[in-house]
Design a protein around this ligand. Structure first.
Ligand SMILES: Cc1cc2nc3c(=O)[nH]c(=O)nc-3n(C[C@H](O)[C@H](O)[C@H](O)COP(=O)(O)O)c2cc1C
Length: 208
């Protein structure tokens, strides 16, 4: 179950620089991603903390062009719910344009990774919240590893409205939960610094 011998890849951008600049990438080059790079992301994902080291996560990596095209088609109706770029608040326009671009071109993004998992912890009374904590930690490691290795990635819940169609298409068993869909590829736009509230607005030292 454990893989202590696997030191994994060691080259990549400094971790803090990757965290600071790993914005959600919604624009991708169609260039294929070498398998070695994909494996680096999966290695990072599977090093994440998780409840009781139960490691309930599973990853479905889709690179087959025909399947990607079908996935893109299944998910494409979400585009109609996003709204127009012009009607978005100025702060949200770039995100909306990016979301529409990603949805319209999802089938052409070179790698589509479904972060999934089985609800297995604690064994006597498994809790879905704990599985989600494992899947989301893994997803974050994957996003940071993508940034650190020159790739772009987007955390999405695009799968959610179409779970049954996607399960059927991809053969995902009924007892496997789907946590996220992360498109991955070489970025077609620059990564910028992530924009977040100042630390001091949300941090409480010693007492609230
Ligand atoms: C659980 C979760 C679900 C998300 N779902 C979507 C999504 O469906 N589509 C999308 O474009 N971005 C999605 N995002 C990305 C967020 O919109 C993004 O992280 C946030 O706006 C901050 O922007 P940044 O990551 O570029 O800094 C999701 C993020 C999380 C954590």
């Amino acid at each position: 179950m454990t893989d202590e011998t696997s030191a994994g890849p060691v080259s990549g951008m400094d971790a803090l620089e990757a965290i600071a600049t790993a914005r959600t990438m919604r624009w991708f080059e169609p260039t294929p991603v070498p398998e070695e790079k994909i494996r680096t992301l999966l290695w990072a994902a599977t090093r994440a903390p998780n409840p009781g080291n139960s490691q309930g996560w599973h990853f479905l990596v889709v690179t087959d062009p025909a399947l990607r095209g079908q996935i893109g088609k299944v998910i494409s109706p979400i585009a109609a719910t996003v709204g127009s770029v012009q009607e978005a608040e100025p702060d949200h326009r770039a995100m909306r344009a990016g979301s529409l671009n990603l949805l319209e071109n999802l089938g052409d993004v070179p790698v589509l990774i479904f972060v999934c998992g089985r609800n297995i912890f604690p064994p006597q009374a498994p809790q879905i919240d704990l599985l989600h904590s494992a899947m989301f930690g893994a997803a974050q490691n994957l996003l940071i590893a993508a940034r650190a290795t020159g790739l772009g990635a987007a955390m999405t819940s695009f799968h959610a409205p179409f779970e049954s169609e996607l399960r059927e298409l991809l053969g995902i068993p009924d007892d496997v939960h789907m946590g996220a869909l992360i498109p991955v590829g070489f970025p077609a736009r620059p990564h910028g610094p992530v924009r977040r509230r100042p630390v001091e607005e949300v941090v409480h030292w010693d007492r609230w």
